[in-house]
Design a protein around this ligand. Structure first.
Ligand code: ADP
Ligand code: ADP
Length: 549
């Protein structure tokens, strides 16, 4: 079916032609002939944060552009510039009528934290402190800087910020603006778990959702759940059309999305439900099997910067995925360099070291590739990757749906497409150890799961080891067999735990953050407990921070 209705469609075609008439009346915007169409809009309401969830290419950013007044909806008539009267009339009787008349009369001021942040580094000139004080229309500079822990960055030039630092800086700049509507398009990419929670808390604390409109798009479902009061699902055929659902309560909305069925619309948006496996039994290994990598307790210190890293002992077996949790700047890359022998520890040693390491860096930019097109990049990584008869092609190109992208120029890919190519290229290379740093950034929920499965299968097939840094906890739980928790003071010192089971690892991390997580009874997904709630206090008293049995 085309996904528009649950009824059996006589045309049985994935086509915009079959959109029922009643839906056609809700056409809000069309970019041009045979171009993407958006039906309906998420309706922002004061009194709570509205979360938007949906596949990439379904129209989330388009919705934000329209609701923030950057894009005037053309109601499907792309040949002429529609006047505001017509737009306002089209939404007669809905809450969007008042909303759009305020936009039309310049009475609604909006600010947007854009999805892709990399461009800001080139465009914004000056130091973090100067730019934030210029942005500060509300006299909240000190509060926002404190809350987002930006104090140490105030003298730094924006061009020198890491991805996570840039993300927090942009969120802060948006919060300091005096607006009626605040939009955050994927505010968590490049942030660790503590920072994600901090950003979520800051958005709730400083946007005043009881008076203002606050809209958040986020694919880390644990954070989206924590930040939102209501959820709108945007579904449809990515790149072809998108339809905004009615608003649901936050728990129900996320569960309906995962279940693939929207009851108020009587609409199946996916043939099957998405489920996250929550606990994994420890893998059993043949006695004859040797670890791919094994290390004793080690200490390393850089003479020039003085940064010191202590690593507890550990090992990883063929086919195992080692998940890394913890902040940036506490020695994850240093740890990998120790395992490959590039760095020698001052104490302890690596007992079985790896020779070749293949890396997917955290920050995405076309510049991480020397090649011009997707197929060139894949071919240079492995000659087998483009051979349709090979298992590598099946896993990487087919499963990640890169088939249709092969001839595209890397420079023209969207963030999500670039991420999938970067993961595929790093996994295609021949190596003993694969380091994948935040493979989820810019991917939607379903793409995250596909990428997680691909990582696991390639590593199992190659009988090698992957180290995956991932801050989306639902996903990290899905990818990894074991966990190493990193703690410490960024740029000063770091500590890496021994290899822990998933439960031990998550418990250790969450205890450090003083956050407890329960399990949703319907879908099994992890949900953050409200600080101080009965469950939060009970779980803390028992020391069960992550999903008690
Ligand atoms: P999402 O944010 O959900 O990933 P977007 O709203 O960015 O989706 O995009 C929805 C669709 O609209 C995509 O297929 C995209 O290619 C298309 N699109 C976005 N902007 C334009 C534009 N200016 N002209 C034509 N098509 C566009
Ligand atoms: P992570 O991967 O967790 O972000 P890194 O291992 O890259 O952390 O770096 C940890 C810290 O070590 C950095 O903050 C930096 O100060 C220091 N560091 C990294 N590489 C070097 C180096 N070659 N010389 C001196 N100090 C370094």
């Amino acid at each position: 079916g085309c996904g528009i209705c649950v009824k059996k469609c006589p045309f049985n075609a994935i086509s915009i032609v079959n959109v029922p008439d009643e839906l056609e009346k809700q056409l809000v915007h069309r970019y041009g002939e045979n171009m993407f169409k958006l039906y309906g809009l998420p309706v922002p309401k004061t009194g709570g944060v509205l979360g938007i969830i949906g596949k990439n290419g379904a129209g989330k950013t388009t919705s934000i552009k329209i609701l923030s007044g950057q894009l005037k909806p053309n109601l499907g008539d792309y040949s002429s510039d529609p006047d505001w009267d017509r737009v306002v009339k089209a939404f007669k009787g809905s809450e969007l009528q008042t909303y759009f008349s305020r936009i039309a009369n310049n009475e609604l001021k909006s600010v947007v934290k854009p999805q892709y942040i990399e461009a800001a580094r080139r465009v914004l000139k000056g130091s973090v402190g100067d730019l934030l004080s210029k942005a500060d229309e509300r006299g909240l500079f000190k509060d926002v800087v404190d809350k987002l822990n930006l104090k140490n960055l105030l003298d730094r030039s924006v061009s020198e910020l890491s991805g996570g630092e840039l993300q927090k800086f942009l969120v802060a700049a948006v919060l300091l603006k005096n607006a009626d509507a605040y939009f955050f398009d994927e505010p968590c990419s490049y942030l660790d778990v503590r920072e994600r929670v901090r950003v979520a808390d800051a958005i709730r604390e400083f946007t005043n959702p009881s008076k203002n409109y606050v809209v958040v798009v986020e694919h880390d479902l644990m954070i989206l759940d924590y930040i939102s009061d209501n959820i709108v699902v945007i579904y449809g055929e990515p790149g072809v059309y998108g339809i905004a659902s009615k608003p649901y309560g936050v728990r129900a909305g996320i569960n309906h999305y995962l279940n693939g069925y929207l009851p108020a619309e009587n609409m199946r948006i996916r043939p099957e439900a998405v489920r996250f496996r929550i606990q994994v039994a420890e893998k059993r290994f043949e006695e004859s099997e040797y670890p791919v990598v094994k290390w004793e307790r080690m200490i390393h210190q850089y003479p020039s910067s003085g940064f010191k890293l202590v690593v507890e002992e550990g090992e990883a077996y063929p086919g195992e995925v080692l998940g890394i949790l913890g902040p940036n700047g506490v020695g994850k890359s240093t740890f990998i360099k120790l395992l490959s022998g590039e760095l020698k520890p001052v104490e302890g040693s690596v007992l079985i070291s790896v020779e070749k390491v293949s890396v997917k860096p955290q920050e995405l930019s076309p510049k991480i590739f020397a090649e011009e097109t997707v197929s060139q990049a894949l071919r240079n990584a492995s000659t087998e990757a483009l051979n349709p008869a090979s298992w590598l092609y099946n896993e990487l190109v087919r499963k990640l749906r890169l088939n249709r992208m092969l001839d595209r120029r890397i420079e023209e890919l969207s963030g999500g497409e670039l991420q999938k190519v970067a993961v595929a290229v790093s996994l295609a290379r021949d190596a003993d150890l694969y380091l994948l740093d935040e493979p989820s950034a810019y991917l939607d929920v379903e793409e995250r799961i596909v990428v997680a499965r691909v990582i696991r299968r390639i590593i199992e097939e190659k009988k090698k080891t992957a180290v995956v840094v991932e801050h989306d906890l639902m996903l990290q739980n899905y990818i990894s067999d074991k966990i190493v928790v990193f703690t410490g003071k960024p740029s000063v010192e770091g500590y890496a735990s021994r290899t822990l089971s998933i439960r031990e690892g998550f418990n250790t991390l969450l205890m450090n953050l003083s956050i407890t997580v329960r399990k949703d009874s319907e879908t099994g997904r992890p949900r953050i407990n409200k600080p101080g709630s009965v469950l939060d206090r009970e779980q803390k008293a028992r020391g069960e921070y992550y999903i008690p049995d």
